[in-house]
Each structure stands twice: as structure tokens, then as C-alpha cells.
Design a protein around this ligand. Sequence first.
Ligand SMILES: Cc1ncc(C[n+]2csc(CCOP(=O)(O)OP(=O)(O)O)c2C)c(N)n1
Ligand code: SF4
Length: 287
Amino acid sequence: MPVKAKPIPEAVPGVRHPMEKYLRTDRLPHIWCAGCGLGSALSCFLYALDELGWDPNSVAVVSGIGCTGRIAGYVRLDSYHTTHGRAIPFATGLKLAKPDLHVVVFSGDGDLFAIGGNHFIHAARRNVDLTILCVNNFNYGMTGGQVGPTTPLEGLTTTTPYGNFEHPFNLVHLAASAGASYVARWTTLDGRRLQRAMVEAMRKKGLTFVEILSPCPTNYGRRNKLGDGLDELRYYAKHALIRHGADPKEAEIVPGHDFLVGKFVDVEKPTYLEMYEAKVRELGGKR
Ligand SMILES: Cc1ncc(C[n+]2csc(CCOP(=O)(O)OP(=O)(O)O)c2C)c(N)n1
Ligand code: SF4
């Protein structure tokens, strides 16, 4: 049953969000903290959708649980806010049942790489035709800032009050090694570049992955004395080096050091569905 749009209250009189048509305005105001990067990440996605010009009925967004996961509830598309860690299997089922649908997974680093990590590596290995957008804020934001699989060594979180002693994942390297067809990383400061990467990732067939580095000033930023959201963006401006085609192994993130952003992988290979359909044809059967 379609939800009736309600206009967003105007923060500045007479000024509306140019991409409002893609938002479930009846769900606003959103839950995100001031200075959080999630608004920018969502905005880039809406502009990317607009640039693609696809029929909104041909796009579905799937998320798990977390601050990032709320995105599924805010987009005016068929969207699914699934259980924690299970966005990828849900999205895989959707794609297999409706191969013409463009299926986008939008979720957090904890959701996709801790509880959901196994789903990610196998979807990448199979080259399932999904676009996975992962907001990496270095901790579990929604539940108060616990350690996660991307928390840097020595990072302070509610569950590592003496500093993290687990080696973090380098998501770019993980995605590339697991077999993703497209791998890019940008920060929420890189609005246009991030939008471009989202467009490329959504246009491309196979499993495409974009890591979005994003401030969480309320939890990770505050505990690690990174300042407010704007200070974290200044940090990105100072330390992010654009290196298209760099070896993903080199893309580790170590606090206080420069880190790599850009497009790391862009290869062509058959998708899961293409392989499956070829096998069915070979055996003379029907899909
Ligand atoms: C099965 C299950 N385990 C744990 C939780 C609690 N939980 C909700 S969100 C979340 C982590 C969110 O972190 P992340 O995915 O990084 O997203 P963020 O909030 O940082 O955007 C956890 C552990 C849950 N909802 N369900
Ligand atoms: S807790 Fe962190 S990730 Fe969640 S809305 Fe607040 S700033 Fe953003």
C-alpha cells in the first residue's frame, strides 16, 4: 500500500531537498545525530539514482540493522529493513526471484562484516549481481559504540576501554580477494566522487562494492577525541590519497596516517545468474 508523501518541514524557508521525490518524507525527521556522515551518504545515493534515471520501481534497497540500516526506511523505493547481518542473503533471494530488479544493499560495517561477514564473502565469490554500499564508521554506532571488525588497533570503544587489540579488516582488500567485480572507497567528504562510484557500481553487473568512510562523532569520534563531524571531514581532507588502481592490500587504515581512496577493482566476469542460466541451457532445461 503506497504511503502518502508528507512534505519535509523546511529548515530554511522556501528551500527543499532537491531529491525529496526519492524520500519517504512521512518518516522524517531522521534519527541521525548532528555531524553524522549518514545524511551525506544517503544524499549521494539519491543523486546517483537521479543520474541513472531508472524507474524507481526497478530498484530495491535492502539493509540490516544499525544507524546505516535506517536508510532502507527513508528511501521512497521498495525497501527492506531486514534482521541484523542478513541483508545480503535477503538481497540475493530478491535478485534470484526478480532478475530484472536492481538490488542495492546499504548497511553498516558491523552488520555486513561481523555477523554478516560470511554472507559477504560468499556473495562476492559467487559474483551475485548486487551493489553493496557499506558505511564504515569504525564501530557499532546504533548500539552505543562497541568494537567492530573495522575498529583500528588501539581504538577506544565501549567494549575496548583500554584500546582495541584485534586486527581490523581492510574492507577493500577483503572484497577484492573474495571476488568482487568492482571495489571502490570514498569518504563522505567526496560527494561527487562517491556519487560517481555509486552510479558505476549500480550500472555494472556482478557484485560491486563501495566502502564509504563516514564520521560517527557521537560514539567513535567522541571516545577517540576526533572532534566533531566537521573535524573528521577535515581529517579525511588531510589524509585521503586518491590512488585509482592501487593494490587493495595497500589500502589499510591506520589512524594518524594517510590512507587510500579511489577505484581499486573493475573487472568483467560472469555473474552467478549468468553461470546458472548457461548451465540450465546446456542441460536443455528451463530456468
Ligand atoms: C542478531 C542481532 N544481534 C545484535 C543486534 C544489536 N545490534 C543492532 S545494530 C548493531 C550494530 C550496528 O553497527 P553497524 O552495522 O556498524 O551500523 P551503524 O549503526 O554503525 O551504522 C547491533 C550489534 C541485533 N539487532 N540483532
Ligand atoms: S551514533 Fe554515530 S553512526 Fe549513529 S547516527 Fe549517531 S553519529 Fe551517526
